[in-house]
Design a protein around this ligand. Structure first.
Ligand code: SAM
Ligand code: SF4
Length: 367
């Protein structure tokens, strides 16, 4: 498709669904991301309408347990990186994980997410395998399980899949190899991440990925390319959100070079809208990071594009140690993720909670 001059946005509003469901150029996507005011509202409304027509008004609940902050990696943006000596390291006990799973099942949260710092040792791999089996057994197979445990060997992914995990979330963070290299130490390789995503697909998982928005050295054009890359990867679900700085990380030094909180908020909302129009039938999460930027962030993301929310069920004693970035939601407000509050957020977005449903990705089901 011939690339149009993005200045056409200034004269007239394009038909966003037609533009973005076709074959838009990165510059056209970039122009959408840059919209503000009434034009941004029109973009977000178009995404909302598309969401209602495809995945509908149900929002699926995934109880999140931040299983451990022990990590062998040293990503330059992350507060629990191995190089931060000020973190008190923990792993949630087996009993507590199973209690959270029981609570989630009884409360009607159809799924559970186990997220953690990255470990590849056999003790960790075996413990996750056994936890997944126990959760499946305890819930009679009713609770869907998503894992977000970083890069692993294909055999490990296969073991956890066999144990009963259905979905796996591994963000690319960015699709630019140059930017990836600036965000990570030399031994963290973008190619490995892509290989992991391929292994996950081959193993039969519903595959999720995502990016951070508003990173130092990142351009809006790069975010446009990232969104198109996620479509090329043909992911079943996306978890993305704004980058938020953390004082004990190398990227803190560049905090003067990132968009303001409002800037990152606007960019993120437009990115959600664009993604829903690019990939109408995937699952998209309304993530903690957007709720940390703005009290209405998760609600607005649900209105615009998202159909998944992840109430935090990490035990309170550990929650404050999973401190990825400043002002992280649910560390400060203990009742923010109560069942009542999550239901209020969903309804305020004009949606309804999909209680007692696993809410598997429509794209995956149609594949
Ligand atoms: N260790 C696993 C991994 O990296 O895939 C899972 C846990 S990791 C904490 C989950 C996600 O947190 C990362 O993919 C990254 O996008 C996000 N994250 C880390 N630091 C962040 C920050 N400062 N701001 C926003 N998101 C951040
Ligand atoms: Fe570890 Fe994940 Fe944080 Fe990287 S983003 S340091 S892999 S927890």
């Amino acid at each position: 498709m011939e690339s149009r001059n993005p200045s056409f946005f200034e004269q007239t509003l394009p038909d966003f669904p037609a533009l973005l469901s076709g074959n838009p150029s990165p510059e056209e996507v970039e122009a959408c991301l840059q919209l503000r005011g009434e034009k941004a509202e029109a973009l977000r409304r178009a995404a909302h309408e598309t969401k209602m027509k495809t995945v509908g008004d149900k929002v699926y609940l995934r109880a999140l347990v931040e299983y451990s902050n022990i990590c062998r990696k040293n990503c330059f943006y992350c507060g629990i990186r191995s190089g931060n000596p000020e973190v008190r390291r923990y792993a949630v006990g087996r009993k507590e994980v199973l209690e959270a799973a029981r609570f989630a099942h009884q409360a009607g949260f159809g799924s559970m997410v186990l997220q953690s710092g990255e470990r590849q040792d056999e003790a960790f791999v075996a413990e996750i395998e056994s936890l997944v089996e126990a959760i499946v057994q305890q819930s009679g197979g009713e609770l869907g399980i998503t894992l977000s445990l970083g890069e692993q060997k294909a055999e490990t992914y296969a073991r956890w899949r066999k144990a009963g995990a259905l979905r796996y979330l591994l963000r690319i963070e960015t699709s630019s190899t140059e930017l990836y290299a600036r965000l990570h130490p030399v031994d963290h390789d973008f190619r490995t991440r892509l290989d992991c995503l391929k292994a996950l697909r081959d193993t039969g998982y519903q595959v999720g990925s995502g990016i951070m928005i508003g990173l130092p050295f990142q351009t809006t054009l790069q975010i446009a390319k990232d969104l198109l890359f996620l479509r090329e990867l043909d992911v079943d679900m996306v978890g993305m959100g704004p980058y938020i700085e953390h004082p004990k990380t190398p990227l803190w030094a560049y905090r003067g070079q990132i968009p303001s909180w409002q800037g990152r908020y606007d960019l993120s909302m437009n990115a959600w809208a664009v993604l829903r129009l690019l990939m109408p039938d995937i699952n998209i999460a309304s993530t903690t990071a957007i709720g940390s930027l703005h009290p209405k962030g998760r609600e607005e993301a649900l209105y615009v594009a998202a159909n998944v929310i992840m109430p935090n069920l990490t035990p309170f004693s550990e929650r404050k140690e999973y401190f990825l970035y400043e002002h992280k939601l649910c560390i400060e407000e203990s009742h923010e993720d109560s069942r009542e509050n999550i239901e209020r957020i969903i309804r305020a977005a004009g949606c309804r909670p999909g209680y007692f449903e696993q809410g598997n990705s429509l794209r995956f089901r149609n594949r």
